[in-house]
Design a protein around this ligand. Structure first.
Ligand SMILES: Nc1nc2c(c(=O)[nH]1)N[C@H]1C(S)=C(S)[C@@H](COP(=O)(O)O)O[C@H]1N2
Ligand SMILES: [Mo]
Length: 161
């Protein structure tokens, strides 16, 4: 499964796990930063520096926020300042694809919640709008109401305004 990257400055890309890891610099054992975690990981900020420099030389912009979205629609939105030790787990210790959390799993050591450790990350959004820099980290399932669900609502509810 490929990973979609949406960066407000550097643009969009659809990357394989291998391409993500290649931009991540030196890989390390996730247990170095997360006690109990296992597998190969790369540093989130190093990845972004390398990936963005390859996209557009001489820009050197740091995001203010990272949003990640998982295959099951779980998502998290995290201030960049909380990501100094953040890592993306991309392989088992022997280099084979992740079993739990495939294709990528985010860990945020030192972050405000363990719930930010999003499994099965399939999209990353890099945001630069200063107005969202200081908002605290959030996580949870996407609030999706389909047209069908709206149509099924009782009249009494649908009419409330
Ligand atoms: N994709 C996805 N990632 C997720 C969740 C989820 O429901 N879906 N739950 C989060 C929450 S609330 C917690 S506490 C941790 C649990 O991680 P664990 O499965 O390793 O115990 O995963 C986080 N990552
Ligand atoms: Mo959680």
């Amino acid at each position: 499964m490929n990973i979609r990257v949406y960066d407000e400055i550097y643009g969009e890309a659809l990357l394989t796990v291998e391409e993500m890891a290649a931009a991540g610099g030196d890989s390390f054992d996730a247990a170095d930063r997360v006690p109990g975690a296992a597998g190969r990981a790369f540093d989130v900020k190093t990845w972004h520096r390398n990936w963005s420099a390859a996209r557009l030389a001489g820009q050197d912009r740091e995001p203010v926020r990272l949003q990640v979205e998982a295959a099951d629609e779980f998502q998290a939105s995290i201030p960049w300042g909380e990501l100094d030790k953040a890592l993306l787990l991309y392989a088992q210790a022997d280099g084979s694809p992740l079993v739990k959390g495939h294709p990528l799993r985010l860990y945020v050591p030192g972050g405000s919640s363990e719930c930010l450790n999003v499994k099965s990350v399939v999209a990353l959004r890099l945001l630069y709008d200063e107005s969202v820099r200081e908002q605290e980290a959030t996580y949870g399932f996407k609030n999706t109401v389909s047209l069908d669900e709206l149509k099924r609502k009782p009249q009494s509810l649908a009419n409330i305004n």
